[in-house]
Design a protein around this ligand. Structure first.
Ligand code: FE2
Ligand code: FE2
Length: 396
């Protein structure tokens, strides 16, 4: 029987680490070939920054040329609907009855293997190879293999250990988005590198991409608010002599962490070691700007410090705000869907905003502080400090 390995993955993008793993499996298990199989993505889920199937397959084909034992397979991509490994293996064993398949998975997937769809069927149809980096994950992978062998007696489960591999696909994307792609060039086959450059992939996140992402992950009302903020911020930016793009991006992302509960916001800030004041700990929603800015950097690849700061301070303002920060702060306060605290006041400030932005900021802060004190809510110190700065200008 021929022995063939299958390495699946989103391959977004495929890199030398994947190829090293394929090679290690091939050598350790004397495989004739390894098929690199880009996976289909579940529908109705957000796949931010995911390249199309065509691009992922094209790069996989290029990468496969680096070794005569590798080939790219579109077996999963060309199937309709959701694809599960058990189904894939059933179809493969039917189509290739003379082949013994070795299914290669990363250590993380191996640990979660029990919760896959029909795990026992997968183990009937293939040998499972759990990959781990020697040293780092070796112990965990060996443990996971042992526990699967105990759970499924007779199943063939084994390890593929490979030298430490220092990069992941998401780190590669991040490097491209932030203009540091030269640093990750060495982790990609030349042909894949050239393909990414030629097609300008991962070049820069656009407003349109972020808009699509927010539409899928924010509740409808919050999304409409964000769109309104983005467009109003762009209009303010232009009225102040700025280009609209950065205001659009800050506006569409400003509430990206707003859908979380107060407890979740505090927990996430603690988890990522973001500083939390006592007032913020008691009023978790105050953290959605700070955490939103963190997500803008880490999930949406924004590295423009001023955009990040505009997101951070969109609710409270801060002393010494830049024009972009004021633009986002005001747009959030004045966008047309907003009716709080009361419409007559908002309409007055709406008229002023295009003529005297600082005065509009001053009035918005004043209103906010009055609203908080009248409704018995706690006030953020940054808001109070920002207000003092503007009060000095407008009340003397
Ligand atoms: Fe907000
Ligand atoms: Fe908002």
């Amino acid at each position: 029987m021929r022995k063939i390995g299958i390495l699946g993955g989103t391959f977004n993008p495929i890199h030398n680490g994947h190829l090293a793993l394929a090679k290690a499996a091939m050598e350790q298990y004397d495989l004739e070939e390894v098929w690199l199989m880009p996976s289909k993505l579940p529908p109705h889920k957000s796949h931010f920054a995911m390249l199309s199937e065509e691009h992922r397959l094209a790069m996989t084909k290029l990468a496969a040329q680096s070794d005569s034992g590798f080939s790219a397979s579109d077996f999963e991509l060309r199937r309709e609907g959701l694809t599960f490994t058990a189904d894939t293996l059933e179809l493969l064993t039917k189509e290739y009855p003379d082949v013994k398949f070795y299914f290669i998975v990363g250590g993380d997937s191996l640990i979660k293997f029990k919760s896959w769809r029909r795990p026992e069927r997968i183990l009937e149809l293939a040998t499972l190879l759990g990959a781990g980096r020697a040293g780092h994950e070796e112990k965990q992978v060996i443990q996971a293999v042992d526990s699967l062998r105990n759970r499924y007696p007779g199943a063939e489960v084994n390890t593929v250990l490979l030298p430490d591999y220092p990069v992941s696909s998401s780190e590669i994307r991040q490097a491209f988005y932030t203009g540091k792609q030269d640093k990750v060039k060495k982790y990609l086959p030349d042909s894949v590198w050239n393909y990414l450059k030629e097609h300008r992939l991962y070049a820069q996140i656009t407003f349109a991409e972020l808009d699509t992402e927010m539409a899928s992950c924010l509740p409808r009302k919050r999304y409409l608010h964000s769109v309104a903020v983005a467009h109003l911020a762009a209009a303010y930016a232009v009225s102040m002599g700025l280009q609209p793009e950065r205001a659009l991006i800050a506006g569409i992302l400003h509430d990206c962490a707003k859908a979380y509960s107060d407890e979740q916001l505090v927990a996430d800030c603690d988890k990522y070691s973001l500083p939390v004041t006592e007032v913020e700990r008691r009023n978790g929603f105050l953290l959605h700007g700070k955490l939103g800015s963190f997500y803008a950097r880490t999930k949406y690849f924004i590295n423009d410090e001023e955009i990040l700061s505009a997101i951070s301070y969109h609710t409270t303002g801060r002393p010494g705000m830049t024009v972009l920060e004021k633009v986002v702060f005001l747009a959030d306060y004045l966008e047309p869907f907003r009716t709080q605290p009361t419409e007559p006041e908002l309409n007055t400030i709406r008229k002023i905003a295009f003529q005297d932005m600082d005065k509009a900021v001053y009035l918005a802060l004043k209103n906010t502080l009055r609203y908080l004190s009248e409704s018995g809510q706690e006030m953020d110190m940054t808001t109070a400090e920002t207000y003092e700065e503007y009060r000095a200008k407008y009340e003397n």
